[in-house]
Each structure stands twice: as C-alpha cells, then as structure tokens.
Write a protein that binds this ligand. Structure first.
Ligand code: PLP
Length: 363
C-alpha cells in the first residue's frame, strides 16, 4: 500500500524509528577504512567479547569470561544457535505465549517439540511457576523466558524469576533467557537476569542479548550468547560451521555502542516512556478491548476477544479500512489479541490511535 502511494499508519514495527547514532556509524566506517574487512575469530573480536564480559558483570551481575561469549549475527541467530546447541530430536521446549514469533520454529528446526503455555492477562501475560510445573514432562529440556517480552512488554520481577528458577532446578531444565529488550524498561521497573540469581541458575542459563533494539542497530545484525562453557563451546562450533563470524565492521560499531551508548539509550527510553503512557491512556478509553500496562519493550498486546474476530481478519480489516498496520496475535500463538507498537513518531501514533478507536467503535 505504501508503494502505491497510500498513507499507512504503521503500528506494526519491531525496531526503533530513529537512525543508528552517528558515533556508532563512524566507528564502523573507521573500521572499514582501517581494513577490518576480513574474517574475525569465530566468537567475535577479542575487544568486543571483553567489553561484553564487563557489561554483563556491570549491568546484569553475571560473571562470564570472554570465551563464554559468542558474538552472533543478531539476537535471532543467538537464540537459534543456543537452541541448536542444546535441543536434541524429540526434546520438549516450554514457551510461554504470547511469544516472539520465531521460538517455536527454531525449536522445530532443531528437531525439538515446542510446548506452548498460554499465559493470561490476569498474571500480566507472565507464566506462573504452576503453569511451568504442569507443562513439564520427562522430555522437557528447556524453557524460554523473554523479559522484557515481545509482544506483551511484560517484565518478570526478581521474585517471579526466582520462583520459575526453582521449578527449572527441580529437573535441571535449561533456561534460554532472551534479554534483547533489557534496556527498555519504564518507571520503577528493573530488568533482572535469571542467570544472576544463583550459581545453580547460572549453570542452567543461556543469556541472549544484542544491539538491535537498544542502539537502533537492527540492520547491523549483531547479538550475542553467554553460556556455561560446554554450551558456549557448542554454540561457537555451530557458528564456526555456519556463519563463521558476525560481520567484522559491525563488531567495531558495537564496541563503540557499548562504550558510549548510554546517553542515547536514556534518551530513547525517555521518549518511549512518553509514547507508552500516551498510548496507554488512549487504549484504556476504548471499550471493547482490554489492555495490560506494558513495563518494557515498545509494544502493547491488546485483548480483542470481545470483537469475535480472529486476529488476522481483524488486522486485515484495520489495514484495509483504516490504514493502520498491526500484527495479529496468531503470529505470537494467541489469536484473541493484536500487537500494536509505539516505535514510531508521536504524530503517526496519534493519528493511528484515532483510527484504531474508530475501528473498535464499529467492532
Ligand atoms: C524477543 C526477541 N528476540 C530476539 C529478536 C531478534 O533480534 P535481532 O534483530 O538482534 O536478531 C527480536 C527481534 O524482534 C525479538 O523481539
């Protein structure tokens, strides 16, 4: 529709609308000009792995030696490599829904079986320890925790993570902790890394993170895993035999991001908090949807069950009649909801929400 010249109010994005900061671009350009255009070590350039080791200690209270860290081509590959490294044919992987679109497919590609647990609005779209326990079977190998979460923006508290961790410890279930939105948390909310909560949990956890969301570097394809040594070795082997290494000059950009990115993150986070609160007020005023306040990421997952429409149909209608792009809940394993994101300008958000209000008045 955009290509045909139509105005579309895109509330469907999954990336910051602003450009990568110049100082990051300049570091990558400098790397190119310096001839950093060759293969790098499989796990990443040593400076970046060291900087990540220091970051994980400082921000997350996690002790990872640089050799336990693998710099990957995006957090997506980080998740996939972690799953490939740990999941064997027939292993079950517990995934709370609404979940990020790619987890079940990654598990299937590894020969595993995704076991989807439907979370509720009443628990803020978070899996309870009881749900986790009930879903466990002798074949359970891994659980995926994504906090702050896509598509719900849910952030697990330390207490909630401890309770989930206790269940995982009962049967030594591995935890894939996808923390890609860690820097985007609002109000008093704190991001907690489950691997930092005890030595036992550290030994079961693969921490995934990346540069895409916090530094607006989605196109640079840069993420990382940090894991106990045997798993870290397996992840590095998979990388060695598939992508070889993350893009060389991207890694130099990432190093600059880690060194000087804090002011950018603070500004981005402040702007998103304004948009989040604006959107919360607007969505709360709509009668036939329900909304849980998201404390992280840049999404709202709204409950649309009362409309009686399937999510894909709803999104199609919203796009065709009101020119608002959104993402159907079915993509996240939950058909009675829709994801709306606020990673766009306030003007587009404002007009898009006016149209969303009109749509729900009629449905
Ligand atoms: C929960 C989650 N994990 C991982 C990723 C992948 O991030 P990257 O762009 O670094 O591959 C995304 C991107 O949308 C995401 O939402």
């Amino acid at each position: 529709m955009i290509a045909q010249g139509e105005e579309v109010y895109a509330l469907a994005g999954g990336e910051p609308e602003v450009d990568t900061p110049d100082f990051i671009k300049e570091a990558a350009i400098q790397a190119l000009n310096d001839g950093r255009t060759k293969y790098t070590p499989t796990g990443g350039i040593p400076e970046l792995r060291e900087a990540l080791s220091a970051k994980l200690k400082l921000d997350n209270n996690l002790d990872y030696d640089p050799k336990q860290i693998c710099v990957t081509s995006g957090a997506k590959m980080a998740c996939f490599q972690a799953i490939l490294a740990a999941v064997e044919e027939g292993d079950e992987v517990i995934i709370p829904s609404p979940h990020w679109v790619s987890y079940p497919e990654m598990v299937r590609l590894a020969g595993g079986v995704p076991v989807i647990i439907e979370t509720q609005e009443s628990t803020g779209w978070k899996m309870t320890p009881e749900q986790f326990e009930d879903a466990m079977t002798p074949a359970t190998k891994m659980v995926i925790i994504n906090t702050p979460g896509n598509p719900t923006g849910a952030v697990y508290s330390e207490e909630e993570l401890r309770a989930i961790g206790e269940v995982a410890l009962e049967e030594d279930i591995l935890i894939l902790s996808d923390e890609i939105y860690e820097k985007l948390v609002y109000g008093e909310t704190k991001h907690v890394s489950i691997g930092s909560l005890s030595e036992e949990l550290y030994n079961l956890t693969i921490t995934v993170n990346g540069f895409s969301k916090a530094y607006s570097m989605t196109g640079w394809r840069l993420g990382y895993t940090a894991a106990p040594e045997p798993i870290a070795d397996a992840i590095a082997k998979i990388q060695s035999h598939t992508v070889s290494n993350a893009s060389s000059f991207s890694q130099y950009g990432a190093l600059a991001a880690l060194e000087n990115g804090q002011p950018f993150i603070e500004e981005l986070c402040g702007e998103y908090d304004v948009k989040r609160q604006f959107m919360l007020q607007r969505l709360k005023g709509i009668q036939n949807i329900r909304v849980v306040e998201p404390m992280g990421a840049f999404y709202f997952f709204i409950y649309t069950g009362q409309t009686g429409l399937k999510s894909l149909n709803l999104c199609d209608k919203l796009l065709a009649r009101y020119k608002v792009a959104s993402v159907p809940g079915v993509a996240f394993g939950y058909d009675e909801g829709v994801r709306l994101s606020y990673c766009t300008t306030l003007d587009i958000l404002n007009e898009g929400l006016t149209r969303v209000e009109q749509f729900f008045r009629e449905h």
